[in-house]
Design a binder for this molecule. Sequence first.
Ligand code: SF4
Length: 284
Amino acid sequence: MIDLKRNSKKEPIRATGLRSRACSFYSPNQKEDFKISRGRFFNFLTCKRCFYLDRVKGLDPPGTPGWTLNETTDLLLKKEFDYCRERQIPHRLFIENQLSNLVPFDHPEIDNWRDSLHKGLMLRYKNTNIILTGGVDDIWQHNISKQLIVVDYKSQAKLGRLDKQDYLEDPYHQGYKIQMDFYAYLLIGMGFDVHKTSYFLVCNAKRDQQEFKKRMNFDEYLVPYNWNIDWIENKVDEMVDLMNSCQLPSQNLSCKNCAYSEQYAKVISNKFKGDSEGIQGSLF
Ligand code: SF4
C-alpha cells in the first residue's frame, strides 16, 4: 500500500518515517502517564517488534485508508440506538432477538467512551503510569439486573447467510474477540458489573441483489460472545515490561510488510553499493 504523507492542505510533503511529537511515544521507565489504546495493545499481541518501534522508538508506520462505508453503518446505528437511549426503550433488534429486557445504557460519559480517537473507556493499569483506553461502539443494559452488555458493530459484505459459530471461529475474527475481552476488562476495572455475554451486531451487505439503484441492503445479526478476561493482565504485564526495556523484540515472520522491507533493503543496497548517498536510510 502506498501512503503519501500530506500536510493539512493535502499537499504531499517529505515523509521522515518518524513521529514528530516526542510525547506521542514512550521513554523506557518514564514516570509520566502514557496511554495505550486497545488498537496498540492488539499491535503488541500481533507483532512485538512493530509495537516497540512505534510506541518506544517513535517510528511512524504507513497508514491505511479510512473505512468510510463501515463508519457510515456505525454512525447510523449509533443514531438508532441513541434514539432508544434517550427514551430508555428497547431497540427493534432487541425485540426481534427476544432481548426486550435490554435498553441502550444511558450514562453521561457514553459519548466520551465511544470516542476512540480522543477518549474512550479509560483505566489506570494497576499502580503503573500506563492508562489503558478503548473506544467502545455501544453499551447496553439489562433493565432488571442492571448489568452492562458490551457491544461492537461490525460491517461486512459476504454472500449468503451468516453462521454465528463460524463467525466466531473465523481466524480473521480472532481479533474481534480480543477487542471484546479488552472492553469488558476496562469496564470491570472501572467498577461496572458486566454481563458475561457481549454482542457483535453484524451488518452484512447482500451481494446477491440484482441491481444497485442507490441502495445497498443488509441483513443484521446479533452474534453472542462470552468474553474472557483471564489472559489480559499477563499480556499487559508483558507489554509494560517490553516498553520499559531497551531490547528490540523479534518480528512476526508471517508479516508481508517486514518481508517486503527486507527485500526492498536488499535491492536498494545492491543498486547503490558504494553510493551511500543514494540510500535514504536503513531498515532495522
Ligand atoms: S514483522 Fe516487521 S513490519 Fe511486520 S508488524 Fe512486525 S516489525 Fe512491523
